[in-house]
Design a protein around this ligand. Structure first.
Ligand code: SF4
Length: 326
């Protein structure tokens, strides 16, 4: 695996200025994705994962959003310094995104064929309509859409949930992106379809050599697919490392609590430990460590007062917690 990062997010910070105040959606997100690597960005809803992803593609509406600081280096160049024209060239061609909800992300009044061929027309130098059609059918077939050619004229309502999700993936993959951002791609799908989607993403990495940023709240999904994991809590990356290290030997108390709260086949359901409390309001974040009101390992007089910095424990392993030295 090439060690040079394809994408590096460094200390990203994003606020939303709304009528009731300032939402600190992301305050310090940092992680790297190398070529051919799958990184899982994991955390509960409201931790800033999707805002981080949308910032990479510069898809946040400004205002109310405002990128306050940090860098997003793609192939060594800062995406935050690109003009709108330059970023449009990258979006869809080099970096594409599968959005959370395939139902609302596909246009209900445009045919599947039109929607899948649009990015192909925009980003691939194909000579004529026949070639565009051939490529569109080919990508739908690769996604396992049965009778792909016949289905080009159908509208999204005629597709099942799984087929719509696979169509979204087809659109995202139609230009063989270097980086695919997949935001909860298997949420609300049944288990069989979930497995198909995960397999498709694995094949994408194998056949095209793409890197994938997988956003999920599900450690089970991350365990099946990811090489590295970044755990986010209240807008910050709190733990980052190889998937094996993070899953087998979690260091941050939030990661430990998350792993203890998920059902496992070998663990009695009564022994699951839900995390107490909920993710803090991003308009009113706690002082000190943001996880301290929920943390079973909290150090009195330290964690509620002093904000922990991210520390490198070993090569490629970062943790933001006072338990690991001050
Ligand atoms: Fe828990 Fe303190 Fe570590 Fe925060 S810094 S996770 S409160 S032990």
């Amino acid at each position: 695996m090439d060690e040079k990062p394809l994408l590096e997010v460094k200390n990203l910070s994003v606020n939303f200025y709304i009528r009731h105040g300032v939402v600190n959606a992301v305050t310090d997100a940092s992680f790297k994705i190398r070529k051919n690597e799958i990184l899982g960005l994991v955390g509960e809803s409201g931790c800033g994962k999707s805002v981080t992803a949308l910032s990479i593609l510069r898809l946040l509406l400004e205002p109310p959003a405002k990128i306050m600081g940090g860098r997003i280096l793609y192939k060594g160049e800062d995406l935050l310094e690109k003009t709108e024209k330059e970023i449009r060239e990258i979006r869809g061609k080099e970096i594409s995104m599968i959005f959370q909800n395939p139902l609302s992300s596909l246009n209900p009044v445009l045919t599947i064929g039109f929607q899948v061929s649009e990015p192909i027309i925009l980003h691939q130098n194909l000579k004529n309509d026949e070639e565009v059609k051939r490529r569109t059918v080919e990508i739908l077939r690769q996604m396992g859409i049965p009778e792909a050619e016949k289905r080009l004229k159908e509208y999204p309502h005629a597709f099942s949930g799984g087929m719509r999700q696979r169509t979204m993936i087809a659109m995202a993959l139609s230009c063989n992106p270097s980086l695919l951002i997949a935001d909860e791609p298997t949420t609300s799908l049944d288990v069989t379809i979930q497995l198909q989607i995960l397999k498709l993403m694995r094949n994408l990495r194998r056949d095209v050599g793409s890197s994938i940023l997988l956003i999920t709240h599900d450690f089970g999904v991350a365990a099946q697919l990811c090489d590295t994991i970044a755990v986010m809590y209240a807008g910050e990356t709190v733990e980052y490392g190889s998937a094996v290290d993070v899953l087998k030997d979690p260091k941050h108390p939030y990661t430990k609590c998350l792993l203890r709260s998920i059902p496992r086949i070998d663990v009695d359901i009564e022994r699951l430990e839900p995390i107490k409390g909920s993710v803090p309001n991003a308009m009113n974040l706690p002082d000190g460590c943001r996880f301290h009101p929920r943390c079973p390992y909290m150090i009195e007089d330290t964690c509620e007062k002093i904000k922990p910095e991210a520390r490198q424990l070993t090569e490629g392993r970062l943790v933001r917690c006072h338990l690991y030295g001050r």
